[in-house]
Ligand binder design. Structure first.
Ligand code: SAH
Length: 193
Protein backbone atom coordinates (compact mmCIF):
# COMPACT_ATOMS: atom_id res chain seq x y z
CA UNK A 1 0.00 0.00 0.00
CA UNK A 2 2.73 2.47 1.03
CA UNK A 3 4.76 1.38 -2.00
CA UNK A 4 1.83 1.78 -4.31
CA UNK A 5 1.22 5.32 -3.06
CA UNK A 6 4.86 6.13 -3.77
CA UNK A 7 4.48 4.72 -7.29
CA UNK A 8 1.37 6.85 -7.85
CA UNK A 9 3.15 9.97 -6.58
CA UNK A 10 6.18 9.40 -8.78
CA UNK A 11 3.99 8.69 -11.85
CA UNK A 12 1.97 11.84 -11.09
CA UNK A 13 5.13 13.93 -10.85
CA UNK A 14 6.29 12.73 -14.26
CA UNK A 15 2.89 13.08 -15.95
CA UNK A 16 2.94 16.27 -18.05
CA UNK A 17 -0.34 18.07 -17.35
CA UNK A 18 0.33 20.41 -20.30
CA UNK A 19 -0.05 17.39 -22.62
CA UNK A 20 -3.74 17.26 -21.63
CA UNK A 21 -4.41 20.91 -22.51
CA UNK A 22 -4.84 22.69 -25.86
CA UNK A 23 -5.14 26.21 -24.51
CA UNK A 24 -3.81 28.13 -21.47
CA UNK A 25 -0.86 25.72 -21.37
CA UNK A 26 1.20 28.39 -19.62
CA UNK A 27 -0.96 27.71 -16.54
CA UNK A 28 -0.54 23.91 -16.70
CA UNK A 29 1.91 23.79 -13.81
CA UNK A 30 -0.17 25.82 -11.36
CA UNK A 31 -2.05 23.88 -8.70
CA UNK A 32 -5.42 25.20 -9.92
CA UNK A 33 -8.35 23.99 -12.00
CA UNK A 34 -7.85 25.53 -15.49
CA UNK A 35 -10.48 26.02 -18.23
CA UNK A 36 -10.34 23.49 -21.11
CA UNK A 37 -13.19 25.02 -23.16
CA UNK A 38 -16.89 24.16 -23.26
CA UNK A 39 -17.21 25.65 -19.74
CA UNK A 40 -15.24 22.72 -18.29
CA UNK A 41 -11.97 22.55 -16.38
CA UNK A 42 -8.99 20.24 -15.97
CA UNK A 43 -9.03 19.44 -12.25
CA UNK A 44 -6.51 20.78 -9.73
CA UNK A 45 -3.46 18.45 -9.77
CA UNK A 46 -3.16 18.04 -5.99
CA UNK A 47 -6.83 17.01 -5.86
CA UNK A 48 -6.42 14.56 -8.75
CA UNK A 49 -3.51 12.96 -6.86
CA UNK A 50 -5.48 12.79 -3.60
CA UNK A 51 -8.47 11.20 -5.33
CA UNK A 52 -6.27 8.69 -7.15
CA UNK A 53 -4.68 7.62 -3.86
CA UNK A 54 -7.98 7.61 -1.93
CA UNK A 55 -9.79 5.33 -4.36
CA UNK A 56 -7.26 2.56 -3.60
CA UNK A 57 -6.37 1.27 -7.07
CA UNK A 58 -5.15 -2.32 -7.56
CA UNK A 59 -3.71 -3.98 -10.68
CA UNK A 60 -6.84 -6.14 -11.11
CA UNK A 61 -9.60 -3.55 -10.63
CA UNK A 62 -12.10 -2.34 -13.23
CA UNK A 63 -12.76 1.37 -12.99
CA UNK A 64 -15.66 3.49 -14.23
CA UNK A 65 -14.92 7.21 -14.62
CA UNK A 66 -17.64 9.81 -15.22
CA UNK A 67 -16.35 13.04 -16.79
CA UNK A 68 -13.33 12.21 -18.98
CA UNK A 69 -12.70 15.92 -19.61
CA UNK A 70 -9.06 16.35 -20.61
CA UNK A 71 -8.18 12.73 -19.82
CA UNK A 72 -5.67 13.74 -17.13
CA UNK A 73 -7.36 11.82 -14.29
CA UNK A 74 -8.10 8.97 -16.72
CA UNK A 75 -4.36 8.46 -17.33
CA UNK A 76 -3.65 8.07 -13.62
CA UNK A 77 -6.54 5.64 -13.17
CA UNK A 78 -5.45 3.58 -16.18
CA UNK A 79 -1.82 3.39 -15.09
CA UNK A 80 -2.75 1.68 -11.80
CA UNK A 81 -5.74 -0.51 -12.71
CA UNK A 82 -6.67 -3.29 -15.10
CA UNK A 83 -9.14 -1.32 -17.23
CA UNK A 84 -10.89 2.04 -17.24
CA UNK A 85 -14.32 2.74 -18.74
CA UNK A 86 -14.63 6.50 -19.10
CA UNK A 87 -17.68 8.53 -20.14
CA UNK A 88 -17.81 12.14 -21.37
CA UNK A 89 -20.90 14.00 -22.57
CA UNK A 90 -19.15 16.69 -24.68
CA UNK A 91 -18.06 15.30 -28.07
CA UNK A 92 -15.06 17.59 -28.60
CA UNK A 93 -13.57 16.76 -25.18
CA UNK A 94 -14.27 13.03 -25.63
CA UNK A 95 -12.48 13.01 -29.02
CA UNK A 96 -9.45 14.97 -27.82
CA UNK A 97 -9.02 12.86 -24.69
CA UNK A 98 -9.27 9.69 -26.77
CA UNK A 99 -6.59 10.93 -29.19
CA UNK A 100 -4.25 11.99 -26.38
CA UNK A 101 -4.52 8.81 -24.36
CA UNK A 102 -4.00 6.63 -27.45
CA UNK A 103 -0.96 8.73 -28.32
CA UNK A 104 0.31 8.26 -24.76
CA UNK A 105 0.18 4.51 -25.41
CA UNK A 106 -2.75 3.41 -23.24
CA UNK A 107 -4.62 0.35 -24.48
CA UNK A 108 -6.74 -0.38 -21.37
CA UNK A 109 -9.08 2.63 -21.64
CA UNK A 110 -12.58 2.34 -23.13
CA UNK A 111 -14.26 5.60 -24.14
CA UNK A 112 -17.94 6.44 -24.45
CA UNK A 113 -19.63 9.66 -25.53
CA UNK A 114 -22.84 9.78 -23.48
CA UNK A 115 -24.55 10.91 -20.30
CA UNK A 116 -22.57 9.06 -17.63
CA UNK A 117 -25.02 9.81 -14.83
CA UNK A 118 -26.68 6.47 -15.55
CA UNK A 119 -23.34 4.65 -15.66
CA UNK A 120 -22.28 2.06 -18.25
CA UNK A 121 -24.49 -0.96 -17.63
CA UNK A 122 -22.86 -3.23 -20.20
CA UNK A 123 -19.58 -3.63 -18.26
CA UNK A 124 -20.96 -3.37 -14.70
CA UNK A 125 -20.22 -4.05 -11.90
CA UNK A 126 -17.18 -1.84 -11.34
CA UNK A 127 -14.67 -2.22 -8.50
CA UNK A 128 -14.05 1.52 -8.49
CA UNK A 129 -16.15 4.47 -9.68
CA UNK A 130 -14.66 7.96 -9.95
CA UNK A 131 -17.01 10.87 -10.66
CA UNK A 132 -15.26 14.13 -11.54
CA UNK A 133 -18.36 16.36 -11.86
CA UNK A 134 -20.61 17.47 -9.01
CA UNK A 135 -24.03 15.91 -8.38
CA UNK A 136 -26.83 17.03 -6.04
CA UNK A 137 -27.06 13.42 -4.89
CA UNK A 138 -25.39 10.13 -5.69
CA UNK A 139 -26.98 8.78 -8.90
CA UNK A 140 -28.77 5.51 -8.07
CA UNK A 141 -27.53 3.74 -11.21
CA UNK A 142 -23.93 4.36 -10.21
CA UNK A 143 -24.58 2.94 -6.75
CA UNK A 144 -26.13 -0.16 -8.35
CA UNK A 145 -23.16 -0.58 -10.72
CA UNK A 146 -20.65 -0.52 -7.85
CA UNK A 147 -19.35 -4.03 -7.05
CA UNK A 148 -19.47 -5.60 -3.60
CA UNK A 149 -16.38 -4.31 -1.70
CA UNK A 150 -16.22 -1.55 -4.34
CA UNK A 151 -15.31 2.08 -3.72
CA UNK A 152 -16.69 5.23 -5.27
CA UNK A 153 -15.50 8.83 -5.07
CA UNK A 154 -18.01 11.53 -5.95
CA UNK A 155 -18.46 15.25 -5.17
CA UNK A 156 -21.99 15.81 -3.83
CA UNK A 157 -23.58 19.17 -3.02
CA UNK A 158 -24.61 22.44 -4.64
CA UNK A 159 -23.04 23.98 -7.74
CA UNK A 160 -20.89 26.20 -5.50
CA UNK A 161 -19.62 23.75 -2.90
CA UNK A 162 -19.59 20.00 -2.52
CA UNK A 163 -18.43 17.34 -0.11
CA UNK A 164 -16.06 14.88 -1.74
CA UNK A 165 -17.47 11.52 -0.64
CA UNK A 166 -15.77 8.14 -0.45
CA UNK A 167 -18.49 5.48 -0.55
CA UNK A 168 -17.63 1.87 0.21
CA UNK A 169 -20.02 -1.02 -0.43
CA UNK A 170 -19.53 -3.85 2.07
CA UNK A 171 -20.19 -7.61 1.69
CA UNK A 172 -23.86 -7.11 2.55
CA UNK A 173 -24.29 -4.32 0.04
CA UNK A 174 -24.40 -1.66 2.79
CA UNK A 175 -22.83 1.69 1.93
CA UNK A 176 -20.32 3.34 4.27
CA UNK A 177 -19.66 7.02 3.70
CA UNK A 178 -16.56 9.09 4.51
CA UNK A 179 -16.36 12.82 3.79
CA UNK A 180 -12.86 13.47 2.42
CA UNK A 181 -12.99 17.26 2.05
CA UNK A 182 -14.86 20.23 0.60
CA UNK A 183 -14.39 20.75 -3.12
CA UNK A 184 -15.73 22.69 -6.07
CA UNK A 185 -16.25 20.73 -9.30
CA UNK A 186 -18.18 21.71 -12.43
CA UNK A 187 -21.73 20.27 -12.42
CA UNK A 188 -22.73 16.81 -13.58
CA UNK A 189 -25.29 17.38 -16.35
CA UNK A 190 -27.64 14.61 -17.31
CA UNK A 191 -30.55 12.47 -16.23
CA UNK A 192 -29.29 12.43 -12.63
CA UNK A 193 -27.66 15.78 -11.75
N1 SAH B 1 -11.18 14.74 -14.67
C1 SAH B 1 -11.40 15.75 -15.66
C2 SAH B 1 -12.46 16.69 -15.13
C3 SAH B 1 -13.16 17.41 -16.18
S1 SAH B 1 -14.45 18.49 -15.59
C4 SAH B 1 -10.12 16.50 -15.93
O1 SAH B 1 -9.33 16.68 -15.00
O2 SAH B 1 -9.89 16.93 -17.06
C5 SAH B 1 -15.83 17.38 -15.55
C6 SAH B 1 -16.20 16.74 -16.86
O3 SAH B 1 -17.43 16.04 -16.64
C7 SAH B 1 -16.47 17.73 -18.00
O4 SAH B 1 -15.68 17.38 -19.10
C8 SAH B 1 -17.96 17.54 -18.28
O5 SAH B 1 -18.31 17.71 -19.64
C9 SAH B 1 -18.19 16.11 -17.83
N2 SAH B 1 -19.56 15.76 -17.51
C10 SAH B 1 -20.51 16.49 -16.86
N3 SAH B 1 -21.66 15.79 -16.75
C11 SAH B 1 -21.44 14.60 -17.34
C12 SAH B 1 -22.24 13.43 -17.57
N4 SAH B 1 -23.52 13.37 -17.14
N5 SAH B 1 -21.70 12.39 -18.21
C13 SAH B 1 -20.41 12.43 -18.64
N6 SAH B 1 -19.59 13.49 -18.48
C14 SAH B 1 -20.11 14.56 -17.82
Amino acid sequence: MANQNEDIISYFQKLDRGFFMDELKEFAYMDEAIPIGHEQTISQPSLVLEMTVAIDLQPDVKVLEIGTGSGYQTALLAAFSDAVYTIERIAALHERAKERLKKAGFSNIHFMLDDGSTGWEEHAPYDRIMVTAAAAQVPRGLMDQLAIRGKMIIPVGTSLLQELLLLEKDEDGEIHKTVLEEVRFVPLKGKYE
